[in-house]
Ligand binder design. Structure first.
Ligand code: PLP
Length: 283
């Protein structure tokens, strides 16, 4: 697999970064994951905009303008032997000595990109849905930044791994935040409910697409705080992310959501999403 590090393309296994890189020492960096279908990046401009926002939020100067980022991503895509890809893009603050929390006056950001084959969720998961567990959100107050400091997400995900479930749905102060690596939607009495973007969650590119599709095809989305009780008594519960697309959560902590199967509104939205993807991919 051909990857990119600081100006050069090379096989991923040959690339190394210094141990003083602040990404390694502090988790001091940000990232993006961009899905690619048939060599066409999905919503690239939106991902690069979110990257720019993450960099600004953590005070790392954006090492490239949007055109340069796009060209880099497209070249990486072209160099892979497969068409459906998951592009991982990471920028850290770079190496600095001595180790010190204070942001160094001068550091050159470390830029890493690599591609993996993209595997959309298996048909059985789309048709049968997945299990999830709930937990109190253990993370910090800036979940809107797509940072590589992911220990809270890692521990949250561990709870669902322990339960052999696909995702952990998190709550803070009795309100839904998001999944460990996804955004969460609920359906109740025909209404599609999801929390508004805030510092308590990452605004997913998929979240935005689902809201666009809901505005276009119905049901009109209601964006407002969603209580834990509403999640647990929902008719439908969905997770969304670039890699998982849209999946129905059919049980939470072992208790069925709705009738324990993907609901009708999920199935419609899944169809709209697949059509939308195909439309974006058409040359
Ligand atoms: N929330 C978190 C914490 C995530 O890690 C992710 C993506 O991995 C998402 C939401 C969904 O974002 P996107 O739809 O851009 O993949």
């Amino acid at each position: 697999l051909i990857a990119y590090l600081n100006g050069r393309f090379a096989p991923l296994a040959e690339l190394t970064v210094p141990v003083l890189d602040r990404g390694f020492l502090f988790g001091d960096g940000v990232y993006e994951m961009i899905p690619v279908y048939g060599r066409r990046p999905f919503r690239l401009a939106e991902h690069l905009k979110r990257l720019a926002a993450s960099l600004a939020a953590v005070r790392i100067d954006n090492p490239h303008d949007e055109a340069t980022w796009s060209a880099l991503v497209l070249e990486l895509i072209a160099r892979q032997p497969f068409g459906d890809q998951s592009i991982y893009l990471q920028v850290t603050r770079g190496a600095a000595y001595p180790r010190n929390h204070a942001i160094p006056a001068r550091a050159t950001p470390t830029v890493l990109l690599f591609a993996d084959p993209l595997n959309p969720p298996a048909t059985v998961l789309v048709e049968q849905g997945v299990a999830a567990v709930g937990m109190e959100d253990p993370r910090w107050q800036r979940c809107d930044i797509k940072t590589i400091s992911l220990l809270g997400n890692v521990l949250a995900r561990a709870a669902s791994v322990d339960a052999a479930a696909a995702e952990t749905v998190m709550f803070r102060d009795g309100l839904l935040t998001e999944g460990s690596a996804s955004n969460i939607f609920t359906v109740k009495n025909g209404l599609l409910l999801t929390p508004a973007p805030s510092n308590r969650m990452l605004t997913g590119i998929t979240y935005d697409v689902v809201l666009e599709l809901a505005r276009r095809h119905g049901p009109p989305p209601v964006i407002r705080p969603v209580t834990e009780a509403e999640v647990r008594s929902a008719d439908e519960l969905w997770l969304t992310s670039s890699s998982k697309e849209i999946l129905a959560i059919v049980s939470l902590d072992g208790i069925p959501i709705g009738n324990g199967a993907p609901g009708p509104i999920y199935r419609r939205m899944y169809g709209h999403y697949q059509q939308f993807k195909a439309g974006e991919m058409r040359p």
